[in-house]
Write a protein that binds this ligand. Sequence first.
Ligand code: ITT
Length: 202
Amino acid sequence: MQKIIFASNNRHKLSEITKLAEGLPVEIVSLKEIGWTSEIPEDYDTFEQNALQKAITIFQHTGLSCFSDDSGLEVEALNGLPGVHSARFYLSKYPDVPPQDRDRYNNLLLLEMLQHSTNRNARFRTVICYVEDGHPHYFEGVVRGTIAYEPAGSNGFGYDPLFIPEGYQITFAQMSSEQKNMLSHRARAMEKFVQYLKNKIR
Ligand code: ITT
């Protein structure tokens, strides 16, 4: 079976991606399984460029087909912030918080920045970059929604306790992983990627 490396150190993403790729005749291999332990650089201002940088870094290291996910939350009232800075957003105000507390402080900072805002519109965006024979292919997924006034739920990761997807009354963190995987930005990008792989393998 063809092996494809998922170039991410985020275990929550890995778990979502593995479920979303179920049934495909490819084996998704994690960075842990190939012994990669360092951070992957992501130095750019767009999801596309960061996704490419992550996937190319691992492709150059292994020579194997490889894909990455660069994603984040874009909040209308904050002109698209935290955007590509979503993972490390908290550092701008809470530089001494340890990495294991990053989700809690990211959510706290977001609520603080929106405390006087009635415009709660936001969207999650994912760009998957698949590098095959050194060539990149991109797949994008978006889900629109609003930012809650306080965190709710304990499933998922990142900003899930604050994000209420359009058409629902509960946050991603209040949904089961199956429910989130039916409508998330990552699911929508993966759907396109899976279709691409199916067409190739057929
Ligand atoms: P890798 O780069 O190793 O894949 P990362 O967590 O650093 O892991 P990103 O740079 O793409 O990944 O940052 C994504 C951040 O955006 C993530 O840490 C969350 O804060 C947020 N995010 C992305 N997808 C999310 C989701 O489905 N639910 C909640 N928050 C999400």
